[in-house]
Ligand binder design. Structure first.
Ligand SMILES: Nc1ncnc2c1ncn2[C@@H]1O[C@H](COP(=O)(O)OP(=O)(O)O)[C@@H](O)[C@H]1O
Ligand SMILES: N[C@@H](CCC(=O)OP(=O)(O)O)C(=O)O
Length: 369
């Protein structure tokens, strides 16, 4: 069966760290590798960062801008340059590509989410390699993916890819940042992402000079992708040929095994497509009921409500200390929940003056995260 691979390359691999200029040989090898994989009948999507980094190099800026408007302007300069380079290389290799720029709001509305899915499906059917980036120039802060690790995981989940490759400037995940901890231990295989907490993996700060999220965002991307049944690999960006070798079974990088029972497409959209607008703090009984017995959430188990939201909007379900357990769509507004939290279902009609839904979050709309 045709396999789908999503490859994400970060700014740290696409550009020379000293000058910010494009790392042309890396990009050319990446284009050759992906074109070869297409000829071997793989479907491929490239999620490429670099708009801000390339824009800075073009404009002679020596560090990543912090002010939002400047960053958005610089990304507009860099994205065009980046696509020009990709198109020249892939065209030489007779491989058609497409530019797909997304913002988080494209995935929030279910109809738009399905539309994006249909576009990817058509492009892949046509044998095109979509080159994806966040639409940095128009994205507003509240509706940003923020980093392309997350974006690539959401794309891999959307298209139900078999593999997600996160290409970066280290060869794999280590027990701590190898830049600051020289004896950090390499990690080759993560069978279950929750193991990382037990291994006490340190993910350091915000990444390299030009990178955005460091290892933190790669691990949360691996969590999203593996939950969707996508095997995820963190590996060195400077050797794109390793992607082929990994697909042939060689062991480079850190592999995160796909979850054996992937979450359904609709639940993945609830968990990661939507932006949660509030937080419900649950008592111990409710936390156990939803996480181990697959029950719906009732008002009686809610200790407190945070944020402002309407019915059918997404919220985080947390334990009493605020640690996320699940996400779900609510059947009540935040105002209604403030009045009925902690109360038995039979009391709700009297408190609200009308008969509401039986559950606050029905188990069909609840996803453990
Ligand atoms: N546990 C860890 N294992 C490996 N690298 C780590 C770890 N913690 C932090 N890092 C840092 O993450 C950096 C990669 O992230 P980033 O700069 O955002 O790259 P990219 O541009 O590829 O997204 C590495 O250069 C490394 O210094
Ligand atoms: N969308 C931004 C990249 C954001 C990002 O995640 O960067 P990186 O950490 O280098 O993968 C850009 O094109 O510059």
């Amino acid at each position: 069966m045709t396999q789908t691979i999503v490859v994400k390359i970060g700014t740290s691999s696409l550009t020379q760290p000293e000058t910010g200029q494009l790392a042309l040989s890396t990009i050319a090898t990446l284009a050759e590798t992906l074109s070869d994989l297409r000829r071997q009948n793989y479907r491929a999507i490239l999620v490429s960062s670099g708009a801000v980094g390339v824009g800075c190099a073009r404009l002679g800026l020596t560090e990543r801008p912090k002010a939002i408007a400047l960053k958005q302007a610089v990304a507009a300069v860099g994205q065009g340059r980046l696509m020009r380079v990709y198109d020249d290389l892939f065209t030489t290799l007779q491989q058609p590509i497409a530019q797909v720029l997304l913002t988080r709001s494209d995935l929030v509305q279910r109809s738009r989410y399905l539309n994006v899915y249909n576009t990817f499906r058509e492009l892949l059917e046509l044998g095109v390699i979509p080159v994806v980036n966040e639409n940095d120039t128009v994205a507003v802060e509240e509706l940003k993916f923020g980093d392309n690790d997350t974006l690539s995981a959401l794309v891999a989940s959307l298209v139900e890819a078999n593999w997600l490759f996160l290409l970066t400037d280290v060869d794999r995940l280590y027990s701590a940042d190898p830049r600051s901890v020289p004896d950090a231990q390499p990690i080759s295989l993560v069978s279950n992402i929750n193991e990382l907490a037990k291994l006490q993996v340190q993910t350091g700060g915000q990444g390299s000079q030009w990178g955005t999220g460091g290892m933190v965002t790669k691990i949360s991307a691996a969590r999203i992708a593996t939950a969707a049944g996508v095997r995820t690999v963190i590996t060195q960006g400077r050797q794109p040929r390793n992607i082929e070798k990994i697909l042939q079974g060689e062991s480079f990088g850190t592999h995160f095994e796909a979850h054996p029972e992937p979450t359904s497409a609709r639940k993945r959209w609830i968990a990661y497509g939507l932006v949660p607008l509030g937080k419900l703090y649950l008592d111990e009984g409710a936390a156990i009921a939803i996480s181990t017995s697959g029950k719906s959430l009732l008002a009686a188990g809610i200790l407190a409500v945070e944020g402002e939201f309407d019915t059918q909007e997404a919220v985080l379900l947390c334990d009493k200390n605020g640690h996320e357990i699940a996400r779900g769509l609510v059947n009540y507004t935040s105002g209604e929940l403030q009045k009925i939290c902690g109360r038995r279902s039979s009391e709700i009609p009297t408190i609200l003056g009308y008969v509401g839904a039986e559950t606050v979050v029905h188990r069909d709309n609840l996803v453990l995260t």
